[in-house]
Structure formats: structure tokens, C-alpha cells
Design a protein around this ligand. Structure first.
Ligand code: CAP
Ligand code: MG
Length: 419
């Protein structure tokens, strides 16, 4: 007699209140249905052996309702979760399943939240429109930089480099992901000195300038640091959302500071680099939008880091659009009143990459370069100028080569790094 797969029901039509997960599964010497059944039970109310059930518990069962090739969709009733608790949701749908013997590999490809879960989160405070308003930039990609060397500079040199970046034309200056409150560049001193430079640059250029200061730390310390930024008139904080953890991201967002939140995704490749196992960046982006960061790294498709441009375009749609259509590897999502997150392209970029980035990712984008600005042959200020010139050229529909004839900094950048 075939074994009864209690958690598989291919006739089930998901309800509006269900949370849906799309998994890519490679079963371990068992059928796909059996593997999917095991995933559904372990991620909801089951365990390795039958435990006498109560009817009300049965109602919380997850249901495998779609199996095609390696792709499996599972519906979870929203009552299975504490709705406003991201770690709780992930402990179910992205918890023990990754280590189960029933699967050789398993990857959580996408997640779709029902309205009831969306409603228990704030989403981004600013979103794309809010950031544009804050920065008074209507119609072009924003230009950002990361101070380089990534750590090691003292406060004096750090803030001077920030100032040069801003007067050269950067909108955002951000700390690197591994800079926090080290002895050589203490948080409070760096904050005060760099914000002072931001004010000076605003006065001199007439443009808005934001310092995305890294507040990543133990949660109470993080909130203390964010409060300091707000008290000193900062517009933005940054955090490393994955190394700090989802609860910490919720803590920062729910503290409801008047500032925008920039999300760095250091460590994401540990989850998303293996195409068969782990968690797709799409899911990380979904949770980041749900909780409410305002800017998020999505990759470049061209710089120093792994990632192809097609996937990055899809990631950008996921965080910037209101409605997402289902495809083979993606679930539908209506974001209702959750604002869009502005995508950030970063990693090995220089001015020569700007036409490619705008062609694929459009204007609602932060183009961010560390080495590609501070490594300019004439220094940081010239590097920032070259980057802004590249953006201006593309916006004016002039080729970089042509624009470089009358813009020395861009010319030098192209000579060094190519177009
Ligand atoms: C970029 C960067 C960013 C990466 C993160 C770095 O510097 O500061 O952390 O872009 O990658 O340290 O590599 P460069 P992603 O411009 O000098 O390369 O955005 O893909 O998460
Ligand atoms: Mg970095």
C-alpha cells in the first residue's frame, strides 16, 4: 500500500490568507512528493513519526499544492505564525528543513506574504519617493560612495574623504560594512566629524548630502547609536541586516526614528550563492522590504561580485514594484501599502559601468562605488566628479567617450578603468 502523504494535496487552492513558499528540492533517494511532504511537515506541525493529533492542530498543517520538476510550492496558514515576528516565520519555513536527510539539497527560492502578515509590518518609512524628496533629486540615479580603505582610516582622514566625496558630487557617503566602533575610528567622534563635513558640503554645493553611518552593534547599543545620529541631525543610518539578524532589523525599524535605513547584505552569499541549496536573495529582499529598510544592495551584474544582471533586474522589481507577477521561479506578490525600497548597485563599480547599470536598472537606483571613486588617479574629489559626470552623460544621452572630451575627471577614469 502506498504511504499516505498527509501534507500533500495537489488539489488544494491556496487561500488569500496563506503564506506561500517556493522551494527547489533535490530529494535524497525518495520520491519528490515524499521529500516535499517531509519539508511541509517539518516546517509546520509535524515531526519524523506520527504523533496523535488534535483536530485543531491539523488545521495548522502546511500543504504541498504544486510539484513540477524540482519546484514545489507549499501553502502555510497564516495562523501558524506570530505575524509580526520575522525570526518566528523563518524558524518554520527556513529552519530545520535545510539539514533534513530527506533532501540532498533544498533552496527557498521565493516567499509570498498574505495581506494579514504585510499588515503587521511598517515597511519602509521613506521608500523611493521619500528618499528622492529628502535628497531633492527628482530624476537621476543617486550616486554613493563607501569610504576606502574599508577600515583602518582614522576619524580625521575618514571625514576628510567623506567631504571630498560630497563636494565632488556624491549624494551618499557610507561606512563600510565592517566599520563600527573600532578604537582607530570611534563611533561618536566619527559621527560628529563626518556630519559636520556633510553640513559643510551641503552649504558649499547647495545639494543635499547624506551620511549613511553604520550603527550595526548589539541591539541596545545599536539603538543608542541611532539615537545619537538622530540627535545630531543625521538623515540616515546603515545596518548590516544579515550579520545583525532579522530581530535587530525589526528593532531598528520599529524604533521609528526620523531617519532612513540603508541595508547592507554582507554574508548573503552564504545563503544565496549555491543555486541548489540555501535561500535566494529574493527572499532576503522580501523580508528587508517587509520590515522596512529604505535602500538595499541588490548587486551589479558587472562589478567584482558574483550575480547575473537578469537576476538583479528581478530583485529590483521585487523591491521596487507594487505588484509582482508569478513566473516559473517566482511567486506572485501584492505589496499593498508597503512602500518600495530603492535598489543599490555596489561592488567593483567605476564610471565606465554607468551606462550598463542605467540601461538595465533604470534611474531608480543608487550607483555606489568605493574603489571606483577613491582609486581615481587624481584622488577622491576627482573620482566623485567622474562618477557624477558619467551619470550626467547617460541622462543627457551622450556617450561617455564623447562626454569625456570636455570632462577631464571622467576622461582620467576611463583611461584607468576602461569604458
Ligand atoms: C563595495 C563594497 C560593498 C559591496 C557589497 C565592498 O566596494 O563596499 O560592501 O558592494 O556587495 O566592500 O566590496 P567597492 P553587495 O566599490 O570598492 O568594490 O552590494 O553585492 O552586497
Ligand atoms: Mg563594503
Amino acid at each position: 500500500m502506498p504511504e499516505k502523504l498527509d501534507f500533500v494535496n495537489l488539489r488544494y487552492k491556496p487561500r488569500n490568507s496563506d503564506l506561500i513558499c517556493l522551494f527547489k528540492i533535490s530529494p535524497n533517494k525518495i520520491s519528490m512528493e515524499k521529500a516535499a511532504n517531509t519539508v511541509a511537515l517539518e516546517s509546520s506541525v509535524g515531526t519524523w513519526t506520527k504523533v496523535a493529533g488534535q483536530e485543531y492542530v491539523e488545521k495548522l498543517k502546511a500543504k504541498v499544492f504544486f510539484v513540477k520538476g524540482n519546484y514545489v510550492k507549499i501553502a502555510y496558514p497564516d495562523t501558524l505564525f506570530e505575524k509580526d515576528n520575522v525570526p518566528n516565520i523563518l524558524s518554520s519555513v527556513a529552519g530545520n528543513i535545510f539539514g533534513m536527510k530527506a533532501v540532498k539539497t533544498i533552496r527557498l527560492e521565493d516567499i509570498s506574504f498574505p495581506k494579514s502578515i504585510l499588515r503587521s509590518f511598517n515597511g519602509p518609512k521613506f521608500g523611493i519617493e521619500g528618499i528622492r524628496k529628502m535628497m531633492k533629486i527628482k530624476d537621476r540615479p543617486l550616486v554613493g560612495t563607501i569610504i576606502k580603505p574599508k577600515i583602518g582610516l582614522n576619524t580625521e582622514h575618514h571625514s576628510r574623504s567623506a567631504y571630498e566625496s560630497w563636494i565632488g558630487g556624491c549624494d551618499f557617503v557610507k561606512d563600510d560594512e565592517n566599520l563600527a566602533g573600532q578604537k582607530f575610528n570611534e563611533f561618536e567622534k566619527r559621527l560628529a566629524k563626518t556630519l559636520e563635513m556633510a553640513d559643510k558640503a551641503e552649504n558649499e554645493t547647495g545639494e543635499k548630502k547624506a551620511y549613511l553611518v553604520n550603527v550595526t552593534a548589539e541591539t541596545k547599543e545599536m539603538i543608542k547609536r541611532a539615537q545619537l545620529v538622530e540627535n545630531q541631525g543625521g538623515k540616515y543610518v546603515m545596518m548590516d541586516i544579515l550579520t545583525a539578524g532579522w530581530a535587530a532589523v525589526q528593532t531598528l525599524r520599529e524604533a521609528n526614528f526620523k531617519m532612513a535605513i540603508h541595508a547592507h547584505r554582507a554574508m548573503h552569499a552564504a545563503f544565496d550563492r549555491n543555486p541548489d541549496h540555501g535561500i535566494n536573495m529574493m527572499v532576503i529582499a522580501d523580508f528587508a522590504r517587509l520590515i522596512g529598510v529604505d535602500t538595499l544592495h541588490i548587486g551589479t551584474g558587472i562589478g567584482k561580485l558574483e550575480g547575473n544582471i537578469k537576476d538583479i533586474e528581478e530583485l529590483q522589481e521585487e523591491i521596487e514594484n507594487k505588484k509582482i507577477k508569478a513566473t516559473k521561479k517566482r511567486l506572485e506578490q501584492k505589496w499593498w501599502n508597503i512602500k518600495p525600497v530603492l535598489g543599490v548597485s555596489s561592488g567593483g563599480l567605476h564610471p565606465g559601468h554607468v551606462p550598463f547599470l542605467i540601461k538595465h536598472l533604470g534611474k531608480d537606483l543608487v550607483i555606489q562605488a568605493g574603489g571606483g571613486i577613491h582609486g581615481h588617479p587624481s584622488g577622491t574629489e576627482a573620482g566623485a566628479r567622474a562618477m557624477r559626470q558619467a551619470v550626467d552623460a547617460v541622462m543627457k544621452k551622450i556617450s561617455l567617450e564623447e562626454y569625456a572630451k570636455t570632462n577631464k575627471e571622467l576622461r582620467e577614469a576611463l583611461e584607468k578603468w576602461g569604458g
